[in-house]
Design a protein. Structure first.
Length: 406
């Protein structure tokens, strides 16, 4: 990834050369360029601001130096490095990021979206901000692929440099290879489940009369996963109730073994979920869509099936079964029909069901296995974050993933 930062205080961006961000640059994972906006001024005082039209306090950054700076930075970057607009894998231009208290909120999801871009240009304003015509001109032109005005929160800073440091660090740590152990990113606050992270502990087990929770010393990974999930929801409810969805509250959500009386709701949920799978994987046969009600009732009896209820409504289900073709036999726990009501996607319910069905596997199980559509990006993302690894296509458009039992 290439990152260009334009500021009147380039020294403010020195921390980008420290710690993991600095190492990423040394390793060639990150290419950072910091530019002094005053290099594009043409008077002896190197003026970058003027009084606002319409009156009012403060000063506004002039459009001329900003226009020239962005033109030069983008044209230079577009002929070298990851921002190239010619040759194989070329892109149409960078994403221009403008830190501003009037921008859209900066979230973990937005950081993830920016981490998928090969080139970012950050424009650090000062005083009362940058002349709005600079942003409008960038949006109307073709040099910049997208403009994102971003706010860190409901407060005002002296300039965009501090915000730029935050945005860059939040984005680049999501790049593949940036963090030594990518699993450390899975259970963070504001992740895919939208919840705050559970409390964390390390050695010693007792410190100043305070003990590490017993469950964390038990070695029971399924129990530990459930404890962390519950602690995450409790912490979110206490500190950030605005992040909670009804399906994630302990009071409303229950997961239990399926009964025959659930078959009608499971059948309806299955049709809703696998229509979405068919749309995501055109041309791939989806057996769940052609399965009869009687066939569903049959495996509801023979397999291990869990269902999730929220306020009396069945909102999720998953099944597990032993494979009979293993060598040695029946050491693989096949997980399938993981379903969440479409209006509750992105709330962490699928991950919770996955954890519960894993913990329900018999003792002899050594690995978990599941299949999904090769183009089901949302599913693949969740499974990989849960520790599953891609094992290849089992038929055109369908992939298999496995995970060793701990």
């Amino acid at each position: 990834m290439r990152i260009d930062v334009v500021s009147i205080f380039p020294g403010y961006l020195t921390p980008l050369g420290l710690s993991l961000t600095g190492r990423a640059q040394e390793a060639g994972l990150l290419d950072v360029h910091v530019h002094d906006l005053r290099d594009w001024t043409h008077d002896r005082h190197r003026t970058v601001d003027d009084t606002p039209y319409g009156g009012g306090p403060g000063m506004v950054m002039r459009p001329e130096p900003w226009g020239e700076a962005l033109d030069t930075v983008i044209s230079t970057g577009s002929t070298s490095g990851p921002g190239s607009t010619s040759g194989p894998g070329s892109i149409s231009g960078p994403v221009l990021v403008v830190p501003s208290p009037a921008g859209e909120p900066f979230t973990q999801q937005l950081a993830g979206a920016l981490a998928e871009e090969p080139w970012l240009v950050l424009a650090c304003g000062r005083y009362e901000g940058i002349d709005q015509r600079v942003i409008e001109n960038a949006r109307a032109g073709t040099a910049v692929r997208q403009v994102r005005e971003i706010s860190l929160g409901d407060y005002v800073l002296n300039g965009g440099e501090a915000a730029a440091l935050v945005i860059v660090e939040a984005v680049v740590r999501l790049l593949p290879g940036f963090v030594g152990n990518p699993e450390s990113l899975v259970e963070e606050s504001h992740g895919s489940g939208g919840l705050l992270e559970a409390p964390v502990y390390t050695k010693p087990p007792t410190w100043r009369g305070l003990d590490v929770p017993e469950v964390l010393l038990s070695g029971d990974h399924a129990r530990i996963a459930l404890w962390r999930r519950e602690q995450s929801m409790r912490r979110t409810a206490a500190r950030r109730p605005d992040l909670l969805h009804p399906a994630t509250t302990l009071a409303d959500l229950s997961i239990r073994a399926a009964r025959q009386g659930d078959s009608g709701e499971v059948f309806t949920l299955q049709r809703a979920c696998w229509v979405s799978e068919q749309l995501a994987n055109p041309g791939v046969e989806v057996p769940a869509l052609t399965e009869s009600f009687d066939e569903l009732r049959a495996w509801l009896t023979t397999d291990t099936v869990l269902v999730a209820h929220d306020s009396g409504r069945l909102v999720g289900a998953v099944r597990g079964r032993l494979r009979g073709d293993d060598v040695p036999a029946a050491h693989t726990w096949d997980i399938g029909r993981l379903m969440v009501a479409p209006d509750l996607w992105g709330r962490g319910l699928g991950r919770r069901l996955l954890e519960r069905i894993e913990s329900a596997a018999p003792e002899q199980v050594e690995q978990f296995a599941l299949v999904t559509g090769a183009r089901s990006t949302r599913n693949l993302r969740m499974y990989k974050r849960a520790g599953y690894r891609l094992r290849g296509e089992i038929e055109p458009g369908v992939v298999r993933l496995t995970k060793r039992r701990r």
